[in-house]
Design a protein. Structure first.
Length: 150
C-alpha cells in the first residue's frame, strides 16, 4: 500500500511519458519529517544524470518547524538512489534529442521509505496538447451519448 505524498500533475499534460522507474531519494533528517507532514511540491522539478549520479533539482521540501537550526535549504539538489546499470540505461535514453527526466510522484513504499517515480519524457508541442484536448472532449461526448442511450 503506497501513500502518495506529492504528484506532478503538469507532467502528463506537458510531456509524453515514455518510460517510468522508481528511485530512492537521499534526504536529511528534518526533510523526512517535513515529507511525512506532506510539505512537498514537485512543480518545476527535474532530474539530470551527472557522471555516475542522478540529481533531482527544484523539488521544494518546506523546512520542518521543530528542527530549528538543523533545517536545510528547501530547494537544494538531492541525490537519487539508483543502481549503476539503471543510471547507464537512463543516460543512454536521455542523449536523444528532446528527452528529459521528470519526477512524476513522491510516495512512501510498503517498507516506509520515500521513493520518487521518475519518467523519461519527450516534450509535447502546442498542437499535440490541442489534439489531446480534442480527443478527451470527443471521448467524453461519446460516453455521454452512450449513457443517455441506455
Amino acid at each position: 500500500m503506497t501513500k502518495i505524498i506529492a504528484a506532478n500533475r503538469k507532467a502528463g499534460r506537458d510531456y509524453d511519458i515514455l518510460e517510468t522507474m522508481e528511485a530512492g531519494i537521499e534526504l536529511k533528517g528534518s526533510e523526512v519529517k517535513s515529507v511525512r507532514a506532506g510539505n512537498v511540491s514537485l512543480n518545476d522539478s527535474f532530474a539530470r544524470v551527472e557522471g555516475n549520479e542522478v540529481i533531482l533539482y527544484n523539488t521544494h521540501i518546506s523546512p520542518y518547524a521543530e528542527a530549528s537550526y538543523l533545517n536545510v535549504e528547501s530547494t537544494r539538489s538531492r541525490k537519487l538512489l539508483l543502481h549503476r546499470n539503471q543510471i547507464r540505461k537512463m543516460a543512454g535514453r536521455l542523449v536523444q534529442k528532446g528527452h528529459t527526466l521528470v519526477p512524476l510522484k513522491l510516495y512512501f513504499n510498503d517498507r516506509g521509505f520515500v521513493k520518487v517515480e521518475l519518467a523519461i519524457c519527450k516534450g509535447k508541442k502546442t498542437h499535440d496538447r490541442r489534439e489531446d484536448v480534442k480527443r478527451r472532449e470527443t471521448d467524453l461526448a461519446i460516453r455521454r451519448m452512450m449513457k443517455n442511450r441506455r
